[in-house]
Design a protein around this ligand. Sequence first.
Ligand code: PMV
Length: 364
Amino acid sequence: MIEKQFILKSYSKTLENGSFTWSSPSNIALVKYWGKKEHQIPENPSVSFTLNTCKTITKLSFSKKENDNEFSFEVYLDDEKKDDFKPKIETFFKRIESYLPFLKAYHFKIETSNTFPHSSGIASSASGMSALAMCLMSIERSLSEVEVTDNYVTQKASFLARLGSGSACRSLEGDLVVWGKHDKIDGSSDLFGVKYPFEVHQNFKNYNDTILLVDKGEKQVSSTVGHNLMHNHPFAKERFKQAHKNLSDLINVFKIGDLKAFISIVESEALTLHAMMMTSMPYFILMKPNTLEIINKIWTFRKETHSNVCFTLDAGANVHVLYPENETELVNEFIKSELVAYCQNGHYICDRIGFGAKQLTMEN
Ligand code: PMV
């Protein structure tokens, strides 16, 4: 499958060497992507909040090499050489080579660091792949003779990032991003993320996401394996239908600022994601006892205080605690007094809605 719109006709400029640095955030899905077709095409549309604090910063240095018959690159995490990252990046380069024909013409040095701890159980693939995609797009922009628009760069970066890690395509912009074709959202696409195009009520501005680190270990089942278990899953068809409906319903929820309806959809999505894992064959559970303790505490607190705090989960045991800006103090107090005890070594990360990838330096 070749998407012609993402192939530039020719590069007429030459570039010997240089470097670009970008930061790109993580994101948290409200309607979840779980299940994919070939070429990282999602089985259903998803929508996410872009995060602000949890980011990857990547510096990509490049220098022209003698021949262009193979990929040549080295990877560093926090200044330490990481050869174990190479196979994933090699696969990524192979998938995107037809869209970036200069890839074999350069030797690359990829230096990356995350603002969140490496062993936090927070996946760095969304922020990492989107940051790398933006660095590569900066090179393409410099090589191109014709003026390429910001919109083209962001969209193609999202398209490329998707080929690295599906949900990475939702990290380029903020504050809400839709990925996957949805009949009520014009411009939505299976190929890249787009900024949520409709009205969003003030209630959802500066929304908080405090990430409770319940289990910092490596996941027992990777998301690639999990996605694949949705093939022939007995409930898959209904689940994909439900995701379309939940996204339709969210359109009005975002418009009128209905926090109660938001909570129902978001928590149901999180539990459905994990229910799909538990009903796969083979089945598996990524939640831990403390994940459930936290969920129950949130439900009790909500009942007692009428707060609008709620939770969501990604493919792991950590809990994302979501709450509106005007409840920051109330919920922070609750987290400190009742939830931190369930976090591994008491660790948690305070984050909130953010606005996507940013260029940090430009040298070439
Ligand atoms: O991008 P992947 O392949 O790691 O899948 C991410 C899947 C979830 O985080 C569980 C859901 C989502 O939409 O982000």
